[in-house]
Design a protein around this ligand. Structure first.
Ligand SMILES: Nc1ncnc2c1ncn2[C@@H]1O[C@H](COP(=O)(O)OP(=O)(O)O)[C@@H](O)[C@H]1O
Ligand SMILES: [Mg+2]
Length: 269
């Protein structure tokens, strides 16, 4: 498989002083499911925003299908279009993404921006609404939607642009269990359809369910390890080190035990 996104020695500092990524290199292959995991503040969102060209690295390089994407190269309108059409980003906070009067307008906005005619845009919107089960919401404004409905609509607004790569920042955060389940199924369906899926998360159960390749960021904003979900999730030492699980003492009967905790895994009493 070809690399679709390549990150080479990328560092990023906010305001030239707050470190968010330190010398991170990784490649994502076309069609794969990939997760970036790490504790709060490790740099996951920053990395996804760099992959989408929302921000540019302080040093290092980013490639999309072997083309370097930087502030300079994206001045080329052709490359900018190629990159913008190729990579879609779903924000952690759906409210940032939704700004149109209704759900349907939200879904039509992207394709209209891409220059599709109204019929084609409408076809894409209907297809996305069916896939996301939001047809009944099409005339609603976003402030009349639940968190889960907002998330579906935000995903729809990206899907109607039909990008090859979908970047999801903390996709399960704040969703009820049923919507989380729906989301996992959706990620599988999109993957089956050939999309490259990249998620940033500290939800280890999601990583487990997706069977994806995983990159682990440390609290020092460095790439600690990449590997299969299976290998990473059984590496308790690594997960402790990067603060994705924690150890604590407590008593069962007369003796004290040490347990490793995450939200979901390894919590066996
Ligand atoms: N807009 C910002 N301004 C200043 N610092 C930021 C900003 N966004 C993130 N940071 C800092 O950059 C580091 C990485 O943050 P982030 O990429 O959001 O991590 P994560 O998504 O893993 O929680 C953190 O130390 C965070 O405080
Ligand atoms: Mg984040």
């Amino acid at each position: 498989m070809e690399n679709i996104i390549k990150i080479e020695n990328v560092s990023y500092k906010y305001y030239d002083k707050i470190p968010a990524l330190e010398d991170v290199s990784l490649s994502i292959k076309e069609g794969e499911k990939f997760a970036v995991i790490g504790a709060n503040g490790s740099g996951k969102s920053t990395l996804l925003q760099i992959m989408n060209g929302l921000i540019y690295p302080s040093s290092g390089s980013v490639f999309f299908r072997d083309k370097e994407v930087s502030e300079k190269t994206l001045k080329d309108k052709g490359l900018l279009k190629f990159f913008r059409e190729g990579v879609g980003y779903i924000f952690q906070d759906s409210d940032i993404q939704l700004f149109c009067p209704t759900v349907l307008d939200e879904l039509l906005y992207g394709p209209m921006q891409l220059g599709l005619n109204e019929n084609e845009a409408m076809d894409r919107a209907h297809e996305a609404m069916q896939m996301l089960h939001i047809e009944n919401l099409k005339d609603r404004p976003s402030y009349m939607l639940s968190g889960g409905e907002k998330k579906r609509t935000a995903i729809g607004s990206v899907l109607t642009m039909n990008p090859d790569v979908l970047l999801f920042d903390e996709p399960t955060n704040g969703l009820d269990p049923r919507t989380q389940c729906f989301l996992v199924e959706l990620l599988f369906a999109l993957s089956e359809a050939g999309k490259t899926i990249v998620i940033a998360t500290h939800d280890l159960s999601l990583v487990d369910e997706l069977h994806c390749r995983v990159a682990v960021l440390s609290e020092g904003h460095r790439l600690e390890k990449t590997g299969s979900a299976e290998d990473i999730l059984k590496d308790e030492e690594l997960l402790l080190k990067v603060n994705l699980v924690h150890e604590h003492m407590h008593c069962h009967g007369p003796s004290a035990h040490r347990h490793i905790h995450s939200h979901y895994l390894f919590h066996k009493h």
